[in-house]
Design a protein. Structure first.
Length: 594
């Protein structure tokens, strides 16, 4: 069974490469998957790689968003080396690579033996086409003529047309003594032209011999010249080798000298580094002592500040209770009105648009609304995670289980508008739609999701008519998300320590309760709610009225600073809301630590 690799081209794991040597590799959001993927568009059990009939196949497991091979929808497709597999239209993309370690050797059949092929060509039985070159180890097979004549396709031997002439010496001997031929017949008469033929036969070999002798002399002279040139070249090469050896010796000497100098320089640098380290350690020791003293002074200053604040609060309450006609209380209401007016443009109305498809194939609107606020000069916005990813939390997840709804990831959009701006506009008569030109949106690139707090899964929902399981996020301090309005320069709401408020302190919740239901004019106008702190421990519980649209909005103290984030209402009560401490949002804002 061959092994294979999966290279992540896109997605959260882009750049990784995984190796598998199993017959079946399952892909999905399930914890039991061999290749788990937590990204949107990947089903609980999405697909599987299966080894079958000597090949690897990709088999879709009935996923909602489909499986694609080289950008084509695939249900049961055989994979080739280099194919690109994607899970969902916008899901992770992977490249499939086979691991091969050996080449396949195809043995040569006996009918293709080189000697046999040569014999067939000699016999004319093999077509005259492309012929294989004979190997040195192959024997030369004899070619036998066919019965009744020469072999078909083989050349036939022909007798010479004219016999070779006798040598001049033999001819002269025969002319002098015809009886030396050992013939029983009387000698024939010599024709009159025999002398001329003998002359020609003597002159031609002599001329050829002289020409050959001259050619040999010329070749010998050329060989002498070549020997002289070869000797000169050898002398030149010997001189070059001597120069090369001298250059190598000089280079080796320079390298030795340079290496010694570098070693001495390195020793000096190490001594200098050790000296600087000792000095730095001494400075750190002194700074540590100074830091401890400053920390003690800071702790004393905080205790003094807390004492003064408590004294000031007691004095303020005393003035409020003793003021005739409620004048001091009126001044308090005016203060909160001024705070709301100043901070309202820094609060944003958030609309998350997303659609799903139920078991009957109908399109279902799963949009939610919430609140956020600017927390930095470069456009960073703090809000709740369940405002921009509602399908992870119990309220929407329970509905998705009941109606067997799956998310359509290509419909996901997030929009937000500052307080006081118009978020609706009329189009086509009385039809109302979102006015994206007056706000920020992921659709036109003016809004992006920077990061969210880590997911903490509490349980898994299934049953009813659902064909898949849904995981549910825990309702804890991880319900936070960070957005950024691209190019926005809005005055942020200052962040204060959540320790600055305690029981019975007055606070204000800013946001958009009930979403657009109470925004009659289509303008994102904040609706503040006053209350007091009931408890300030791991979370802050307040008596201010909070509804669903307040999620992600700021909890403001009497000095106009954000000390918490509205997150949820205690079940069974609309006058007891829960807020996350602002320290969690500060950690998410500055570096993403949590």
């Amino acid at each position: 069974m061959p092994e294979f690799y999966l290279d992540f081209l896109q997605g959260d794991q882009a750049g990784k490469a995984l190796h598998f040597d199993k017959e079946v590799v399952r892909v999905g959001r399930s914890d039991e998957a061999d290749l788990p993927c937590e990204e949107m568009g990947v089903s609980w059990e999405h697909a599987e790689f299966r080894y079958r009939d000597g090949h690897y196949w990709i088999i879709d497991s009935g996923s909602t968003n489909g499986t694609y091979v080289n950008d084509e929808r695939a249900h049961n497709a055989r994979l080739k080396d280099g194919d690109v597999v994607r899970f969902g239209k916008k899901g992770p993309s992977l490249r499939f690579r086979l691991k091969t370690d050996a080449a396949i050797i195809i043995p040569q059949s006996s009918s293709e033996h080189p000697g046999y092929a040569a014999a067939r060509r000699a016999a004319g039985e093999e077509p005259q086409g492309r012929r294989r070159k004979r190997l040195p180890s192959e024997p030369d097979l004899p070619v036998l003529p066919a019965a009744g004549g020469a072999a078909r396709g083989a050349p036939t031997a022909r007798a010479p047309a004219v016999a070779p002439p006798p040598s001049p010496g033999l001819q002269a001997a025969e002319a002098a003594d015809p009886g030396e031929r050992h013939s029983d017949l009387p000698p024939a008469a010599v024709p009159a032209s025999g002398g001329r033929l003998q002359t020609v036969l003597l002159v031609v070999p002599s001329a050829l011999f002289c020409a050959a002798l001259v050619l040999l002399c010329l070749l010998y002279m050329d060989s002498l010249d070549l020997q002289d040139e070869l000797r000169a070249e050898r002398e030149a090469a010997r001189g070059l080798r001597a120069e090369l050896q001298s250059a190598r010796d000089d280079l080796r000497r320079v390298e030795v000298e340079t290496l010694g100098e570098e070693r001495r320089r390195s020793a000096r640098l190490e001594e200098e580094i050790a000296r600087l380290r000792r000095r730095e350690n001494e400075r750190l020791a002194r700074a540590s002592g100074a830091t401890e003293r400053l920390e003690r002074q800071l702790a004393e200053a905080r205790r003094e500040n807390r004492r003064l604040r408590d004294a000031l609060e007691e004095e303020r309450k005393h003035r409020v209770y003793l003021a005739p006609g409620g004048g001091q209380a009126a001044t308090g209401r005016a203060l909160w009105k001024a705070i709301e007016k100043r901070l309202s443009p820094s609060v944003v109305f958030i609309a998350t648009r997303v659609y799903g498809r139920n078991a009957q194939g109908k399109r279902v609107d799963l949009s939610v609304f919430g609140t956020g606020f600017f927390a930095s000069d470069d456009g960073h916005i703090i809000t709740n995670k369940h405002v921009i990813q509602p399908w992870k939390f119990p309220e929407l997840a329970s509905r998705m289980v009941r109606e067997d709804i799956s998310i359509l990831e290509d419909t996901y959009e997030v929009h937000c508008w500052r307080g006081g701006t118009r978020f609706l506009r009329r189009r086509g008569g009385r039809r109302l739609e979102f006015n994206l030109a007056s706000g920020y949106s992921t659709k036109n690139g003016t809004l992006r999701v920077v990061r969210t707090a880590p997911d903490v899964w509490e349980t898994t929902l299934s049953g009813g008519g659902a064909t898949r399981a849904y995981r549910v996020h825990a309702a804890g301090n991880e319900d936070l998300a960070l957005l950024q309005a691209v190019g926005a320069h809005v005055p942020p709401i200052p962040l204060a320590s959540s320790d600055s408020v305690g029981k019975l302190d007055e606070v204000m919740v800013l946001g958009f309760p009930a979403g657009p239901a109470i925004l009659e004019r289509g303008v994102a106008e904040t609706s503040p709610a006053m209350g007091t702190v009931r408890k300030a421990e791991e979370t802050i519980q307040v008596s201010a009225a909070m509804l669903g649209g307040n999620s992600g909005g700021p909890l403001i103290d009497a000095r106009g600073r954000a000390v918490g984030i509205s997150t949820r209402v205690v079940r069974g009560s609309e006058t007891l809301g829960t807020c996350l401490r602002i320290e969690h949002a500060r950690e998410l804002l500055f570096g993403g630590r949590y």
